[in-house]
Write a protein that binds this ligand. Structure first.
Ligand SMILES: [Zn+2]
Length: 498
């Protein structure tokens, strides 16, 4: 038995100011792709382990990933497709892929659907088994070209490995002719907001509970609930439910429809309404003055890198400084120009510098202006930070040259590259103990929650009133291609899963 195992990950924000050329990808090819997964928890790792345990031969044409940004360059997509098709051309029994499910390229809105269709055409007899992110915008083309499909069941995503292992185990059973997997889906006309997709409360928690309950049935192999990725102006953006079953298509459809119906009935709770920044900051101040220990977390979801943010939006920090908050520590603001100024000034130097708001936003008519700040350079760092024990598995973050800049009210981390912290080591390696900061302002939506909430006295979500690069105010974005009607863009329509 011969397997093809690969990963190709990108969450495409079609409104993002950040392009995604081939150089944005960390890419490994062939043997190096396999080696790159050693010690990792990405879904591809247990897929490889399954092949090793069963004694199957396998090849790993590619393992490639880029941080979220705008459409993936066609040339990168074609390079990945060609690598897979070359190996598939030599014959295979199964194709196991770790994909995201919300990738768009310069010329294709449904990149995963296109890729899977090409693989299916090249190897019509091979089993195709795929893991997807919970933020996948699932399409008919994807469903038509897979046998097994499993999505993450957690957001924040802490089940990469379990999801990959689930795919691998079902693939093993299918290749051994123990099961005959088929996949059905139901698309729900809801453009859910990312902040309302957390799986520890609300409709997504209930949907995942129903999914796990349905998986207890011997013929139900996997049930996946996709919140979708709303910052993607493609026809299929939004919520869907996917069920892989053993031979029983009707049962698979029934399970998908039951959960889809529940999500539709609770659709109002899948929408997040941002309060004004001033309201969020007043809540933060009240929390800081109240009981408890640790910092108050200010999550700036108007600009989170892991949704395609620029990492340089100053709105929330500026509002916090104007509101008089003291003792702020920030996660990295990406500004290579400011880093150059601070770096050449050197540690200990007093500097006046313009930070952030420099990357033009393609959809925003308003002109952004950098924030002029005076302060002292505290720390210079090469930005290479190892995180062997991160909650997301072993990580290495490369921030580029990184500086801690102290304005008196805030210690601002400024880096050459965009990043969201994957571990507290991002701060401690820079000489900052985040647990002692009164306020920790992090450009993140959910990703940083499991890392920092345990040490915090509270969490306040902050949006920019004027709309940042990844604002949760979805109506600020010029949506054109999404199918309609789609709640909450349209509110006056009814729907049942038929
Ligand atoms: Zn995700």
């Amino acid at each position: 038995m011969h397997l093809i195992i690969s990963r190709f990950q990108h969450e495409t924000n079609t409104f993002s100011a950040i392009p995604t050329p081939p150089e944005s990808f960390v890419s490994y090819w062939g043997e190096a792709a396999q080696a790159s997964l050693r010690g990792s928890d990405w879904p591809m790792a247990p897929m490889i382990e399954m092949a090793q345990h069963t004694g199957a031969t396998f090849s790993t044409p590619v393992a490639a990933e880029a941080d979220p940004g705008n459409r993936v360059a066609d040339v990168m997509f074609e390079r990945v497709a060609a690598a897979l098709l070359t190996d598939i051309g030599q014959g295979c029994d199964g194709i196991l892929l770790e994909l995201h499910g919300a990738m768009a390229t310069e010329s294709v809105d449904d990149a995963e659907g296109e890729l899977l269709a090409r693989l299916r055409a090249a190897a019509p007899g091979a089993l195709i088994a795929v893991s997807l992110d919970l933020h996948a915008n699932v399409t008919r083309k994807m469903i038509d070209n897979v046998d097994i499909l499993v999505g993450y069941k957690t957001y924040p995503h802490v089940d990469y490995r379990q999801t990959g292992a689930h795919v691998a185990e079902l693939a093993r059973r299918a290749l051994g002719a123990e099961i005959q997997p088929l996949t059905r889906w139901r698309q729900v006309p809801i453009l859910a907001h990312t902040l309302a997709m957390g799986t520890d409360n609300g409709p997504m928690k209930e949907a995942i509970r129903l999914a796990r309950e349905a998986e207890q049935h011997p013929a139900i192999l996997a049930v996946s609930v996709f919140g979708g990725f709303p910052l993607s102006d493609i026809s299929d953006a939004g919520v869907s439910v996917v069920v892989t079953a053993d031979g029983n298509a009707d049962l698979a459809q029934q399970v998908a429809d039951r959960i889809a119906d529940m999500l539709w009935l609770q659709r109002k709770e899948l929408i997040y309404k941002s309060p004004p920044t001033s309201t969020s900051l007043a809540m933060a101040r009240a929390l800081a003055e109240g009981p408890g220990v640790g910092p108050v977390l200010l999550f700036d979801h108007s600009d989170n890198v892991y949704s395609g943010g620029t990492g340089d939006s100053m709105d929330v920090l500026q509002a916090a400084l104007e509101a008089g908050l003291e003792g702020i520590v920030t996660s990295p603001f990406c500004d290579p120009e400011a880093v150059a100024v601070l770096w050449s000034a050197g540690a200990g130097a007093k500097v006046e510098v313009e930070i952030g708001n420099k990357v033009a936003l393609p959809f925003a008519s308003r002109k952004r202006k950098p924030l002029r700040l005076t302060g002292k350079v505290l720390c210079l760092h090469d930005g290479e930070i190892a995180m062997p024990d991160s909650i997301y598995g072993a990580y290495h973050q490369s921030l580029g040259r990184t500086v801690v800049f102290d304005t008196g009210s805030a210690r601002i981390v400024v880096s050459e590259k965009r990043n969201e912290p994957c571990d507290v080591k991002l701060f401690t390696d820079l000489g900052i103990d985040p647990s002692e900061a009164p306020y920790l302002l992090i450009k993140s939506r959910m990703h940083c929650k499991p890392i920092f909430l345990p040490m915090a006295r509270g969490l306040v979500q902050c949006d920019s009133d004027r709309g940042g690069p990844t604002s949760s105010q979805i109506d600020l974005f010029p949506i054109q291609k999404m199918r309609r009607p789609l709640y909450p863009l349209d509110r006056d329509f009814d729907w049942t899963p038929v």
